[in-house]
Design a protein around this ligand. Structure first.
Ligand code: UD1
Ligand code: UDP
Length: 348
């Protein structure tokens, strides 16, 4: 079969690293990069560090409003689909690249397979929630990471072709662990960090970066902590933080590659994040997580007692850092690390 895969944003490069490898063993892949992310630290670094094949096409869409970005992607993806006439279009997650892929393909009657289908925050102010709902309703094969995701789809009337396959991000994390055993990352030494003596923070959700009051609350909480906060900063947050005053222990660094990120996360005392991917990685690595949001799609990590929702409330953030102790047990969540193979088998 010929499969066109759409990637464009950081977490999609990471997910594609697992799926592309499995896919190319059985099928022909045409990998399309929309260009949604384009800085080297947001894009190229993952192609270099994850053995991800080079994209066959880069649509060069870049940044813009939701409509501008999605419209440019739609046009570019339609052209590729008309030229390639694939058996399937494969999309990942919930970004504008995901939405554009689903729309372009379904209008051309190209079947759509959605990796990470069925997640819901039940918050329609979140652009990702809109992208997911639309993508799921247009998809022909729904590859869900959890039973919750399967249930979310059933509640919207989607019961055909939904499969619980686990999370392909665990496949990638297991690969990274192997790589790090063979060739350890030097990032802790480079940043002068000691294992378990620092916190790892990331912030990029529009609800946090684009709301000056929420962003100021998060930064004030970071400023009042009493240990190093390593903060690889997403360009969206960097723009908004601008010249804000940060205490010396808050270490802003450029975004890092995936292996360095897993090294940083694995040795951190705690992770503070609004990222979807990082909440799960913290769980799998056995690192407690404070989620800087009011809800999460990854509810199982909260139910298991390893993740708490602290929003942007400084008291909850600083209190959580001081006192949050995770459960003694940490059941396996989101599959067994062989999800990519399952996704590919379901494509036929
Ligand atoms: C996007 C996804 C989000 C995902 C995140 C992963 C949507 C609606 N959002 O959010 O679901 O969690 O990617 O990181 O698709 N920018 C740069 N350089 C880059 C990329 C972005 O400077 O390489 C800046 C631009 O100012 C841009 C802003 O970041 O306007 C936001 O980028 P965009 O891709 O629109 O959204 P993200 O916040 O990255
Ligand atoms: N990540 C990374 N380097 C960084 C920050 C994040 O490799 O500097 C990884 C992170 O570990 C996770 C993925 O990027 O695997 C998550 O991406 P992001 O938080 O941008 O998006 P989300 O998961 O929220 O959609």
């Amino acid at each position: 079969m010929k499969i066109v895969s759409i990637v464009g944003a950081r977490p999609q490069f990471i997910k594609a690293a697992a799926v592309s490898r499995a896919l190319r063993r059985r099928h022909q892949e045409v990998l399309v990069h929309t260009g949604q992310h384009y800085d080297y630290e947001m894009s190229g670094i993952f192609f270099d560090g994850l053995d991800l094949p080079r994209p066959d096409a880069n649509l060069g869409v870049g940044s813009g409003s939701h409509a501008e970005q999605t419209a440019a992607m739609l046009r570019g993806i339609e052209e590729v689909l008309l030229a390639e006439n694939p058996d399937y279009l494969l999309i990942y997650g919930d970004t504008n690249s995901t939405l554009a892929g689903a729309l372009a393909a379904s209008k051309l009657s190209v079947p759509v397979a959605h990796v990470e289908a069925g997640l819901r925050s039940f918050n329609r102010r979140m652009p990702e929630e809109i992208n997911r709902v639309v993508a799921d309703h247009l998809s022909d094969l729904l590859l869900c990471p959890s039973d919750t995701a399967v249930r979310n789809l059933a509640a919207e009337g989607i019961t055909r072709s939904t499969h619980q396959v686990g999370d392909v991000m665990l496949d990638v994390l297991n690969w990274a662990r192997q790589q790090l055993t063979e060739r350890p990352s030097e990032i802790l030494e480079r940043l002068g960090l000691k294992r378990q003596r620092y916190l790892l923070a990331t912030v990029h959700r529009s609800e946090n970066t684009d709301d000056p009051a929420r962003l100021a609350q998060i930064l004030s909480a970071f400023n009042s902590l009493d240990q190093p906060v390593v903060f690889p900063i997403h360009p969206r947050a960097r723009k908004m933080i601008g010249g804000a005053r940060l205490a010396g222990h808050v270490r802003l660094i450029d975004p890092v590659g995936y292996l360095d990120m897993m090294a940083l996360a694995g040795s951190a005392r705690m992770v503070l994040t609004d990222s979807g991917g990082l909440q799960k990685e913290a769980y799998w690595l056995g690192v407690p997580c404070l989620t800087l949001r009011d809800e999460t799609e990854w509810v199982e990590t909260v139910e298991a007692g390893w993740n708490i929702l602290v929003g942007a409330d400084p008291a909850k953030i600083t209190g959580g850092v001081r006192t949050f102790t995770p459960n003694a047990c940490r059941p396996a969540l989101y599959g067994d690390g062989h999800s990519a193979e399952r996704c590919i088998a379901l494509l036929g």
